[in-house]
Ligand binder design. Sequence first.
Ligand code: ADP
Ligand code: MG
Ligand code: MG
Length: 209
Amino acid sequence: VESLNAADVANWIRRAAELVAADTERLTRLDAAIGDGDHGHNLDRGFRAAVAALPDDAPPGRTLIAAGRAVVSKTGGASGPLYGTALRRAGKALGDAADVDAAAFGTALRAALEGVQDLGKAVEGDKTMVDALAPAAAAYEAALGDGADLAGCARAAADAAARGAEATIPMQARKGRASYLGPRSVGHMDPGACSTGLVLRALAEIVGG
Ligand code: ADP
Ligand code: MG
Ligand code: MG
């Protein structure tokens, strides 16, 4: 795929919802270790709502904004506003273009990260979803700079997000509920970083990466 149209973006949200549904118990177990054990169910509910809210005939940007709005309204916890903001900011960055090429999607991914950081104030190393999303955006941009196509960029982002999630295991949480545990948050993967890896894996899958 050279670019994403509205149907591709809708398929991305559907695939993300499937991967979240399949890993709901795992995400909830991760959150039980360092939080309150609801991340899987929060996100499963949110992405189901996003799928239900996908517009029939809207450009990619508006499709993401609709998905983000549904996620905010239906996802409990800290992750709802954070994921919702990420999707809405990405959608806004795409504007009303009918097709999104690799460069435009990179801009949207960067905007999503900035939205999460504006809202949650987390930086890399705080053991949050930022530890998956920030390296994903950087890897996407690096791949783009190396001349990779959309699939190559998406694969680089998904791989970096997965590595970023793994890298949260030895971190001590400094943001969100897990930070209340202090040093006891060490030794567990951050659930939001894990789910961010799933959402980017879904992207790589639908563009053929
Ligand atoms: P809650 O903690 O309210 O129960 P969830 O369990 O759904 O919400 O989501 C927890 C995840 O949210 C964490 O694993 C982390 O990745 C993310 N998170 C929490 N606070 C922040 C923040 N300030 N910035 C970025 N991500 C955060
Ligand atoms: Mg939780
Ligand atoms: Mg909660």
